[in-house]
Design a protein around this ligand. Structure first.
Ligand code: OGA
Ligand code: ZN
Ligand code: ZN
Length: 430
């Protein structure tokens, strides 16, 4: 079963939080009336006359006009170059950590938006015993651990950079063609959390992981899926049997050749991750060809903008189904990079809603794109043996199959990135 990598590097899954830019806080001026002057001094401010109630050098000042509270001298040791930590008052009120506003068991905001006043005025700010304590004008008191604040301070450009380990890793290209991933040990993955973590990390980076020594038990795939998260149920079932069947509801259930495709492009959210477990295969299954080349820009533009209809209308022993969705073959991310590929010649609908004058160019682009996938210079050909398993990113690694004869049974399943990333973070203790 040949597999191929994404044509271009995927965008970083960086979390960009956007905030209104706040004016720079004005220098602290001692003043008690909140509506009066530029700045509201706090009891922790070491102004000329104020007695600090905080560790030496630690001060909090508030700029009333820009509505920003600034902590001076509170940066952590590893926050080199950070002189002050700024926090918008609206954000502080929104993120009050008191037990009324925040439920610590569920780590959720309990404060309703109905009860939130984004213009709430602050009366007093104190820094004491590792906490910022605030008294709001309506009498509400809140406290915030300094460590918690340090990880959330604001800069002119936004909030502190996210911990990159939390995001999906930026995929690494399969540079060393032909890409030959090592096989991970299937038994270890099932019993050892470190091995499972390695599988998940490699999947993020490479988009493809191979396991051997996974056994030929038909139920093993379900166990692996549940070890990661939850297999995604579709109209083909939870764990589906890929084998030649009479009256096949899907071309995969024949012995025929399958061109490069992604699975289930007729969903709004096609499956993120696919698993194929070889239970038995008595004949060689030669691979297809792959490429890391990218289509010429014009065709690229066409495939990224023209919407292709994908459809799956049939019935099998599970049910009748009629799935229908429109996608560009190349779905672009916010940065303009290919984020996901939607491609399945067998499920591409005969309904083609394109202006008459674009149809010819569309077909030529599709054809050229397809042919690039088969460029032999960048192929990964492999024939899974009994007890081996491939896990791959469906929207990034296209897969195909040559025709076969003889007995062959694969078990298939899908996982979602959200839940898979959740497992990876948990395994890392993040
Ligand atoms: C599939 C599929 C490939 C194979 O089930 O989605 O593409 O090798 N199968 O049978
Ligand atoms: Zn509160
Ligand atoms: Zn498939």
């Amino acid at each position: 079963m040949p597999l191929m990598p994404l044509l271009r590097r995927l965008p970083a899954a960086a979390l960009q939080l956007r905030f209104l830019q706040l004016p720079q806080a004005a220098p602290a001026v001692a003043a008690s009336a909140r509506h009066q002057r530029k700045s509201l001094s706090t009891s922790a401010t070491t102004g000329p006359s104020a007695q600090p109630t905080s560790p030496a050098g630690l001060q909090a000042t508030v700029d009333v006009d820009s509505r920003v509270l600034t902590l001076h001298g509170a940066a952590a040791d590893d926050q080199a170059g950070v002189a002050t930590l700024n926090f918008p008052l609206a954000w502080l009120r929104d993120n009050c950590r008191c037990s009324l506003c925040h439920n610590s068991n569920s780590d959720s905001r309990q404060l309703l938006m109905n009860d939130f006043d984004p213009t709430a005025a602050l009366t007093e700010a104190t820094v004491e015993a590792g906490q910022l304590q605030l008294l709001w004008a309506d009498g509400h008191r809140g406290c915030y651990p300094l460590d918690w604040l340090r990880a959330r301070h604001f800069t002119e450009d936004g909030q502190v950079p996210p911990d990159l380990r939390l995001s999906k890793s930026i995929p690494r290209l399969w540079r060393d063609w032909p890409f030959r991933p090592d096989f991970l040990d299937g038994q270890a993955v099932m019993s050892d959390d470190a091995a499972l973590l390695e599988l998940l990390q490699r999947l993020e980076l490479d988009g493809l992981v191979l396991l051997d020594n996974f056994g030929t038990d038909e139920d093993s795939l379900s166990r692996l899926c549940h070890r990661v998260a939850y297999p995604r149920r579709t109209h083909y079932g939870v764990i589906f049997r890929v084998e030649s069947k009479p009256g096949p509801s899907n071309l995969a259930y024949t012995t025929g050749r399958l061109g490069f495709h992604t699975d289930l492009p007729y969903f709004e959210h096609q499956p993120d991750i696919q698993l194929l477990h070889c239970i038995r295969q008595t004949r060689t299954v030669p691979g297809g060809e792959n490429t890391a080349a990218r289509p010429p820009p014009e065709q690229f533009h066409l495939l990224a903008t023209a919407l292709t209809n994908f459809r799956d209308r049939n019935s099998d022993d599970l049910d009748k189904f009629h799935l229908l969705q429109r996608h560009p073959v190349l779905e672009l991310g916010r940065g303009g990079q290919v984020r996901r590929i939607h491609l399945s010649n067998q499920q591409r609908d005969s309904v083609l809603r394109l202006p008459l004058g674009r149809v010819q160019a569309y077909y030529e682009a599709l054809k050229e794109f397809n042919d690039l996938l088969y460029d032999p210079g960048h192929s990964l050909q492999l024939r899974l043996k009994d007890g081996q398993l491939a896990v791959f990113e469906n929207g990034r690694v296209l897969h195909s199959r040559t025709a076969y004869q003889g007995e062959r049974l694969f078990m298939g399943a899908y996982l979602s990135w959200d839940e898979t990333l959740s497992r990876r973070r948990v395994l890392q203790g993040l």
